[in-house]
Write a protein that binds this ligand. Structure first.
Ligand code: BGP
Length: 457
């Protein structure tokens, strides 16, 4: 039997755009996702867009009761910027009532809300002005953050600024999965820099507002493992870690953008435009805690055709198939539980053992109805095995002193997954899109309930 500490946070994570629905009503303005879907619905799995998702806007109270039944003591979701401030300035009072009741209901059931501000959902009005490419976005985000702190600071004591900031940078400006779906290294770097500064400005606002609580950031950390010990593979690993992990980890926790990253960008002629005062801002506003999303490692090798200055990521490092890998075939992601232990060790050794928690971990599977028993309960033993294996490794990291305070799965009820629509399901509850979003517990939900009660397994 392994046991986790008392007061450990057990919960699940989600985001506003993937769960709420009502994405173009109730005073909300479109995000890039709403707009992109109206422009190119064919890009989305089975034409499933973000307009209804899992209808949490109407069903949050019942969902919270379900969370309480499973024994969750914490839950992370986000505020939709476009719902709270549809034009970036004017407060939507209906959104205020919605979020206040959402957060109050969580608290009433003993579930701590962890509230994130940005989960890939750039407002369309701001995107039209250039989104994160322009410095305007930094001011706009800090106005939004300050408004959220002021409106909900009495209810929320754990805040995060961004979920996986590296994803909207890479997916939007290098890989084509998020709007504007272009490949432009220079813009990607600038978008990354503005996102980073926007994070710091929000932290600064938080401190200035004197809110009773803590603020952090949620980063997806996929540790890089090199194909071989050859200098070129090791160099590829170093660059992969620098770009994908350290670019945010170092400034957010240690107060400095890695010198090696700055030098690399400088040599490549890709340094971002900065402003006076940025360095001080970065140095003086470390986060209180980290959320780490861990799904998979990166397996990297040196590029077949290295190119400098790089124009795409594969000019810098390439992925390769580790011969011993196990893969989740639905998502194509490697399953490597030991990676979570390596992350725990890294936070302890390289990031001053800052308090952190697993903010997302989970397994997306398609066509899960195949696994339903006569009562309609999906027998998702694969998901239970996945969690068990990852929790074992996390437990090992904690026993060796890593300061981890919780474990959240992705996700509570099945939700909408960007271009993948509802293809891969992750939830403890199945959502039936044909029957008014009816929720049905899966076997993994029952397993998680037992696990929470015993603080382990
Ligand atoms: C994380 C995101 C989530 C969620 C999850 C599962 O990267 O923070 O928003 O979507 O991954 O990934 P996907 O939905 O692409 O299968």
């Amino acid at each position: 039997m392994i046991q986790f500490p008392e007061n450990f946070l057990w919960g699940a994570a989600a985001s506003a755009p993937q769960t709420e629905g009502h994405s173009l009503s109730n005073g909300k303005s479109p995000s890039t996702w709403d707009q992109w879907f109206s422009m190119c619905p064919e890009k989305f799995n089975q034409g499933q867009g973000p307009e209804t998702t899992s209808n949490v806007y109407e069903m949050y109270r019942q969902d919270i009761e379900r969370m309480a039944t499973l024994g969750l003591n914490s839950y992370r979701t986000s505020i939709a910027w476009t719902r709270l401030l549809p034009d970036g300035q004017t407060i939507n009072q209906e959104a205020v009532s919605f979020y206040r009741d959402y957060f109050q209901t969580l608290k009433r059931y003993g579930i701590e809300p962890i509230i994130n501000l940005f989960h890939f959902d750039m407002p369309w009005w701001l995107m039209k002005k250039g989104g994160w490419e322009t410095r305007i976005s930094v001011d706009a985000f800090s106005t939004y953050a300050a408004t959220a702190f002021q409106l909900f600071g009495d209810l929320v004591t754990k805040w995060t600024t961004f979920n996986e900031p590296i994803v909207h940078i890479e997916s939007g400006y290098l890989q084509g999965y998020h709007f504007p779906a272009i490949v432009d290294m220079q813009k990607a770097v600038q978008v990354g820099y503005h996102t980073l500064i926007a994070h710091f400005r929000a932290v600064e606002k938080f401190r200035a507002a004197g809110i009773n609580g803590e603020i952090g950031i949620i980063l997806n950390i996929s540790p890089a493992y090199a194909r071989s010990k050859s200098p070129s593979d090791l160099e590829a690993k170093k660059l992969a870690d620098l770009i994908s992990s350290k670019s945010f980890l170092d400034p957010c926790v240690l107060g400095e953008i890695p010198q090696e990253l700055k030098e690399y960008l400088n040599r490549a002629g890709l340094s971002p435009v900065t402003q006076k005062g940025d360095q001080k801002l970065i140095r003086e506003n470390p986060v209180d805690f980290l959320g780490i999303n861990y799904y998979q490692p990166m397996r990297v090798k040196s590029p077949e055709c290295p190119n400098f200055p790089p124009t795409t990521l594969s000019d810098i490092f390439e992925s390769y198939d580790w011969p011993e890998r196990r893969v989740n075939p639905y998502r194509g992601w490697e399953i490597y539980p030991a990676g979570i232990y390596d992350v725990a060790k890294m936070i302890k050794e390289d990031y001053r053992n800052i308090p952190w928690y697993i903010a997302e971990n989970g397994m997306g599977v398609a066509d899960e109805e195949r696994f339903a028993d006569e009562a309609g309960v999906i027998q998702d033993d694969y998901r239970i095995d996945f969690m068990r294996e990852h929790l074992l490794q996390l437990h090992k990291g904690i026993s060796e002193g890593s300061n981890c305070f919780g474990y959240h799965t992705w996700t509570f009820v099945d939700c909408w997954s960007w271009l993948n629509g509802y293809r891969n399901r992750y939830g403890f509850y199945k959502v039936d899109l044909m029957r008014d979003y009816q929720r049905t517990i899966k076997k993994s939900g029952l397993w998680f309930k037992d696990m929470i009660r015993n603080r382990g397994f």
